[in-house]
Write a protein that binds this ligand. Structure first.
Ligand code: PLP
Length: 401
């Protein structure tokens, strides 16, 4: 597995082998994805959906093959329900601007949760301001689980949309999105699930979850940056106005008026990130070929190893101890800024993330301003976690001395 990731062979800080545990920020790319990008630009590069020549047809076929791959990866009913975007952030902004502008009115409520990434809060605030709607947040319990009871109570008649993360990027908590979407549906509430952290850790079926929208970014799933996905129910997408206007999304244009294609083209104005889609296709193909039972077992073992090891280090507290967690562990060190921990780990070759992880309301709820976060991917092993624990022990002993 590790041999398939060229970057994992490199060293940092004067020959220290790299231990990469910042996977919730972005994952490294396997050789097959790098090869797919190189092959696309070397042999097939052209613009899509326009042009009669061979390369245009090949590029279009590759781009649409990627859409088909994503549709089956997410269990969508049709490839027409898959819109390519730049990433999770753009997907949520698209829904907020397009669906929100059309459907929200003064007094309406958009329900988010306290554990959302800023990209699932700020776009809703922007559209709330324009439409007179309000944003409310479902609380998080002390162990980092969502307060589901409060969520159900907060789903009043004024709530038009529930935007909830499938997996918290800071806590690792897996939310019961199927249950929440079912309850929302009973009340006529539209649902958007942020799958940025989920697709790489859990099997996802949008039909099982029964959400209206599901979004994720390619780069957290071993694919390139700059490509992401919006899944939307076909009838909802086709009822929504365009987000961006331009080429490739119109049926007909006159100076006074334009008519638009159905989804997904309606939401893909201009030349898309074709190479990104090709890379995403290769990444999903590669990821889907792995033994997921074994991967889940390995991730659970690494999570246990990291949790037990961290709790054995004096002065460390883990933020987020939900019963159902993926391999993401946030921690704070008594009286020490997380950034200092991160720098000391980096000097030992261990890459983790420190900061607010774009979840400032969540950290405020836990009375802190930053945490250190380690997060695992398919290529991490027990030796990586051991090196992380040794480096953290050394860092705390330096910081406490
Ligand atoms: N949502 C969650 C849960 C995330 O973890 C992230 C990225 O960290 C995002 C949204 C935003 O993703 P992107 O920056 O790829 O748009």
């Amino acid at each position: 597995m590790r041999d398939q990731f060229p970057i994992l062979q490199r060293t940092v800080h004067g020959g220290k082998p790299l231990v990469y545990l910042d996977n919730a920020a972005t994952t490294q790319k396997p050789q097959v994805v790098l090869d797919a990008l190189m092959d696309y630009y070397t042999n097939h590069n052209s613009n899509v959906h326009r042009g009669a020549h061979t390369l245009a047809a090949e590029a279009t076929a590759l781009y649409e093959e990627a859409r088909d791959r994503v549709a089956s990866f997410l269990g969508a009913r049709s490839s027409d329900e898959i819109v390519f975007t730049r990433g999770t952030t753009e997907s949520i902004n698209l829904v907020a601007a397009s669906w929100g502008q059309q459907n929200l009115q003064p007094g309406d409520v958009i329900l988010v949760t306290e554990m959302e990434h800023h990209s699932n809060i700020v776009p809703w605030q922007l559209i709330a301001k324009q439409t007179g709607a309000a944003v409310r947040a479902v609380p998080v319990l002390d162990n980092g689980e969502l307060d589901v009871e409060s969520c159900l109570e907060m789903m009043s008649t004024r709530v038009r949309l529930l935007a909830v993360t499938h997996v918290s990027n800071t806590l690792g908590t897996v939310n019961p999105v199927g249950q929440l979407c079912a309850e929302a549906r009973k009340r006529g509430i539209v649902t958007l699930v942020d799958g940025a952290q989920a697709v790489v850790h859990l099997p996802v079926s949008v039909q099982d979850i029964d959400c209206d929208f599901y979004v994720f970014s390619g780069h957290k799933l071993y694919a390139p940056t700059g490509i992401g996905v919006l899944y939307g129910r076909r009838e909802l997408l086709n009822a929504m106005p365009p987000y961006h206007g331009g080429g490739s999304m119109i049926k007909d244009v006159s100076i006074s008026h334009s008519t638009f294609l159905d989804a997904p083209q309606r939401f893909e104005a201009g030349t898309p990130n074709i190479a990104g889609a090709v890379g995403l296709n290769a990444a999903i193909k590669w990821f889907s070929s792995l033994d997921h039972e074994q991967l889940a077992h390995q991730e659970h073992a690494l999570l246990q190893q990291a949790t037990t090891g961290l709790l054995a280090i004096p002065g460390i507290q883990i933020i987020g101890t939900a019963a159902n967690k993926v391999g993401i562990v946030s921690f704070i060190v008594d009286g020490v800024h997380a950034h200092d921990v991160g720098v000391l780990l980096d000097e030992q070759g261990v890459a983790i993330r420190t900061g607010h992880h774009c979840t400032m309301p969540l950290l405020e709820r836990f009375n802190c301003t930053s945490t250190a976060r380690m997060s695992v991917a398919a290529y991490n092993n027990a030796a990586d976690v051991e090196r992380f624990l040794t480096a953290t022990t050394k860092a705390t002993s330096i910081l406490f001395s």
